[in-house]
Write a protein that binds this ligand. Structure first.
Ligand code: NAD
Ligand code: UDP
Length: 340
């Protein structure tokens, strides 16, 4: 049985990935500082899978902690989710972002090298592309990250690429996620942002539940079909399955040292598409108003996810309807998230 270290495994995407890993027999060790997640997630994972992952509360920048984890557990591979992810915050606090996302990854990789664990799946992001020349965006598109957050992802991609050149034993997958939304279909796990959400789907859920009166739609003068910005929303369960596919691929005898893949649905949906779909499938009105564009937002982008299908054998299967229904199911069952 393969044992996987999942950094950031109590977070939104990490927790759903742990459930999927456990459901097919992997053993999971989570390392998470709980900077943006709650230990109660582990109980939910246990309720869903009947298995309890090990949770080590610790920071990826803490070398001693990492060495202890690798010494105590016979880890085969690592999925590295841990990091800070708020774009606007990264502009205000670049050093904190580079420290956590870049230094944290270097510390993790050094500990992995020492423990002779050289297989890693890394959470990259479509933000490395910045404003693309066109969509769908292939993996070969130029990097134009506009924020310290996006730059930190691009830097880690370079570090991991260099590592594969230096030592043929490394097997690295760089997965560039588009816009993860949705929740586990049971309604027991989902996205639990601290404070007022920045992202669209959690905010829509909170409008539907009455926590906010109105959704502000940032801009209706974009050059898109309905004037609102378009994104490639991907269900978190599809994303979780993308990690399983990447792990399976990396352990194949013919796997290259470096694999890079977009994880998206290959189609864009506008903000209004999300709002009207959510209202329709959940039979819940979403009052909204148009306000000015949000600074730094790109008008429209979506993935070319063909490579993931061709190399990893993975394709997103869940629809925008599924994403809206599962997000709302999580919200209604857990109006205050994991606490309460
Ligand atoms: P999340 O905040 O829910 O999960 C990240 C987890 O990492 C949290 O549980 C947090 O407590 C933990 N963490 C943060 N810093 C840590 C540290 N120094 N040491 C140990 N643990 C630490 O975020 P998420 O949405 O699940 O994102 C997971 C990864 O995917 C991140 O690397 C993020 O940048 C990347 N990503 C997310 C999105 C998105 O929109 N959600 C899009 C593209 C890429
Ligand atoms: N958005 C919005 N109102 C909100 C939150 C987001 O109109 O309260 C829009 C945002 O401008 C963008 C899209 O929804 O066009 C997706 O935003 P999100 O923050 O979820 O993801 P991003 O693509 O910015 O990473």
């Amino acid at each position: 049985m393969q044992k996987i270290l999942i950094t950031g495994g109590t977070g939104f995407i990490g927790s759903h990935t742990v459930v999927q890993l456990e459901s097919i027999g992997y053993e999971c060790v989570i390392l998470d500082s709980l900077a943006n997640s709650r230990p109660a997630v582990v109980d939910r994972i246990t309720k869903i899978t009947g298995k309890t992952p090990v949770l080590v509360e610790g920071d990826v920048r803490d070398r001693a902690c990492l060495d202890a984890v690798f010494a105590a557990h016979d880890i085969d591979s690592v999925i590295h989710f841990a990091g800070l992810k708020a774009v606007a915050e990264s502009i205000r606090e670049p050093l904190r972002y580079y420290d956590c996302n870049v230094s944290g990854t270097i510390t993790l990789l050094s500990a992995m090298a020492k423990a002779n664990v050289k297989t890693i799946v890394f959470s990259s992001s479509a933000t490395v592309y910045g404003e693309p020349d066109f969509s769908p965006i292939p993996e070969s598109a130029p990097f134009r990250p506009a924020s310290p957050y996006g730059k930190s992802k691009a830097m880690v991609e370079s570090i991991l690429t260099d590592l594969t050149v230096s030592d043929p034993a490394w097997r690295v997958a760089l997965l560039r996620y588009f816009n993860p939304v949705g929740a586990h279909p049971s309604g027991m796990m989902g996205e639990d942002p601290a404070g007022i959400p920045n992202n669209l789907m959690p905010f829509v859920c909170q409008v539907a539940s009455g926590r906010h009166k109105t959704l502000n739609i940032f801009g209706n003068d974009y050059p898109t079909a309905d004037g609102t910005a378009e994104r490639d929303y991907i269900h978190v369960m599809d994303l979780a399955e993308g990690h399983l596919a990447a792990l399976h691929y990396l352990v194949r005898s013919d796997a290259p040292r470096l694999t890079i893949a977009n994880l998206g649905t290959s189609r864009g949906h506008s903000v209004l598409d999300v709002v009207t779909t959510f209202a329709r499938v959940n039979n819940t009105p979403i009052p909204y108003q148009f306000v000015a564009r949000r600074p730094g937002d790109v008008p429209a982008y979506w993935a070319d996810a063909t490579r993931a299908e061709q190399t990893l054998g993975w394709k997103a299967t869940r629809s925008l309807e599924d994403m809206c229904r599962d997000s709302w199911n999580w919200q209604t069952q857990n109006p205050t998230g994991y606490i309460g």
